[in-house]
Design a binder for this molecule. Structure first.
Ligand code: M6R
Length: 609
């Protein structure tokens, strides 16, 4: 969604702001803008298009400033255009905003009835006008801001520049992330840590109801309403993501880099816990009573994180013998699920900012059940609000398509299932050790799977004309079929359906016609014979069967293309089988000329319902 960056410090602000905006490009945007104070007043430059277009619109050399503000906009209210781009201004005040002001129509008509003229179609523009109006009534700036905010409905992260305070930025939030970065003689505010990674290692995640003031000399966090000091509940955290982790490092796209990162990110994620998986339970903050008394686990997530949850269900039911429900978060939040004091909600979200997942987590809290979250981002909203937290250690994921965070989620879920099983006495140490040692081999297995990149690129070239795909799996591999289909849809813009293979006869088989690519996940497990039958049936109806397997020689002759993958423990095969599907979607997308890292209509985290 929209991205925000603010800078106050000893360096030239504008190059820093522009560099930071570029690191937010991955979130998806359609226009960009900056603001700074030029000694006489606030200067704003905005444009529809990319940061490069904004740079073209800026004077050269760039004006000097110690305090600056930037924004990338993802249109919600008003078409992408210069006039709707942020920052928005009113006399002496400029504002950037991420979120939605739900009651902006009412506020706008109130302001218009007072003779205020609007120059955009956005919801945001009411904010600078209201602050200016309050200043005009004689309120001091922070009071003018808090009075304004008290009238806003909806969600927002705001950063404000005012001519009354030429060397200062004001930042505040409600249900949208804002992070303060502390550098050496410089301070940053951003919607996302990635924007400011090269400049700061220490971060404070702002909380709702606080206002943060940044100047070239320091920062201050206060209660917005009382304007007294706000005890920061959570101290600053150190984020150990290397700045290079947010760079492409020679790969054509972030997605490809992130696919190839997976041997390392899986290993980084299990590293700390593999010797003693139970340490993961202790670290999460879940009490022994909660884990021993656990009767029902409700997992909620969206997109790829939902697919990881579906795989987690197999592992947790198998090892820990706990009953598991998995819900799409946007469905769970409107259900009335049955819960008791033995119920735990586990939300999975790489960003920790997905609106539906947060709403589901909050709904669980309202029902007075404990919440655990699994996130990739230290300090994300889900991690701040949950009772217990687990982190994947995948580093920043920039491509919109989830790849390395998906396998990192599988890693934590595997260890979580083992740890629960050991603690609850439902899993023998012998079996736990077997799974652990197979998990330690997964980075190598993924490396071997990645060796098939060129082969998969060739296969992709032969599938370019196909407008539809079917992906089939069974058991723990069915969620991988779903994940493969999602990748094809979001990155390659081709229609793809995933089915549990056993469901084909109940309708979808009617779709099979000459040449339809049918990707079948067929490891040599208990269900292999059934998968082989599905391949025969698909072939008999003209389908082009692409078999992904660990035993090519056992595949039936009906298979048109076979992709050989390494074998592993049957419950860990999803780590391996997802790799060719990620690569296939990637190569089809590249060959079709799709913008792989920023697919149309999508953003990295979906912070609106
Ligand atoms: O940050 P989250 O894990 O909560 O995001 C959930 C989905 O939006 C996300 O997985 C999305 O489906 C990806 N684009 C999939 O590649």
């Amino acid at each position: 969604m929209s991205g925000i960056v603010g800078y106050a410090g000893s360096k030239d602000a504008l190059p820093v702001v522009i560099g930071s905006l570029k690191r937010l490009e991955y979130r998806g945007y359609d226009s960009a803008g900056i603001a700074y104070q030029n000694g006489k007043g606030i200067e704003i430059f905005r444009t529809r298009g990319k940061i490069a277009d904004l740079q073209d619109a800026l004077p050269s050399p760039l004006p000097e400033a110690r305090v600056g503000l930037g924004h990338t906009r993802w249109a919600t209210h008003g078409i992408p255009s210069e006039r709707n781009s942020h920052p928005h201004r009113s006399a002496g005040v400029a504002v950037v905003h991420n979120g939605i002001i739900a009651n902006y129509r009412k506020l706008k008509s109130e302001l218009m009835s007072e003779g205020i003229t609007f120059s955009s179609d956005t919801d945001t523009e009411v904010i600078p006008h209201m602050i200016s109006r309050n200043l005009g009534l004689g309120l001091p700036l922070k009071k003018a801001i808090s009075e304004t905010v008290s009238r806003l409905r909806g969600t927002f992260a705001l950063v404000i520049l005012s001519e009354t305070h030429p060397h200062t930025l004001f930042a505040l939030r409600r249900d949208r992330p804002l992070v303060l970065g502390i550098g050496t003689d410089e301070y940053f505010i951003a919607s996302d840590v990635c924007a400011i990674l090269p400049h700061a290692r220490e971060f404070v995640f702002l909380e709702d109801g606080q206002i943060c003031t940044l100047t070239v000399n320091g920062f201050e966090i206060e209660h917005l309403e009382t304007q007294g000091p706000a005890p920061v509940k959570r101290q600053s955290v150190t984020v150990d993501w290397a700045p290079a982790a947010a760079e492409r490092e020679g790969y054509d796209h972030f997605m490809l880099k992130e696919i190839h990162d997976q041997p390392r990110t899986v290993a980084d994620t299990f590293d700390e816990w593999i010797k003693n998986p139970q340490s993961l339970l202790d670290e999460s903050g879940l009490s022994p009573n909660m884990t021993l008394g656990l009767r029902r686990l409700q997992m909620v997530a969206c997109g790829s994180s939902y697919h990881a949850a579906l795989i987690g269900r197999f592992l947790i039911e198998r090892f820990a013998r706990v009953s598991v429900d998995v819900d799409i978060a946007s469905e769970y939040r409107y259900r009335d699920p049955i819960v008791d004091n033995g119920t735990l909600l586990l939300s999975i979200s790489q960003s920790g900012e997905t609106a539906d997942t947060l709403a589901a987590q909050r709904a669980a809290k309202k029902r007075k059940i404990k919440t655990l979250t699994l996130s990739n981002v230290v300090g994300s909203t889900s991690s701040l609000e949950a009772d217990a937290v687990l982190y994947t250690r995948a580093g920043p994921e920039i491509g919109v398509a989830s790849t390395k965070t998906f396998t990192a989620q599988l890693t934590v879920l595997t260890l979580f299932a083992l740890a629960l099983g050991i603690r609850r006495g439902t899993l023998s140490l012998k079996e736990a050790n077997t799974v652990k040692s197979r998990l330690m081999e997964i980075p190598e297995a993924i490396r071997a799977a990645l060796q098939k990149d060129a082969e998969i690129r060739e296969l992709a070239a032969t599938l370019l004309q196909s407008r539809g795909f079917l992906c089939l799996g069974r058991g723990i591999n069915y969620p991988i079929a779903l994940e493969g289909a999602l990748k094809l849809k979001e990155i390659s813009y081709v229609h793809a359906e995933a089915y549990p293979a056993g469901e084909m006869k109940h309708g979808p088989i009617a779709l099979v016609e000459n040449g339809l690519p049918i990707i079948v996940l067929a490891p040599r497990d208990d269900l292999f014979e059934k998968m082989a039958l599905s391949m025969e049936e698909a072939k008999a109806r003209g389908g082009r069967v692409v078999g992904i397997t660990d035993t090519v020689e056992a595949l039936p002759g009906s298979v048109h293309d076979a992709i050989a993958m390494p074998s592993t423990h049957h419950l860990l095969w999803p780590f391996v089988s997802v790799i060719p599907l990620q690569l296939l979607a990637y190569h089809i997308a590249v060959l079709r000329g799709c913008p792989v890292d920023q697919p149309r209509h999508l953003a990295k985290s979906i912070t609106d319902e």
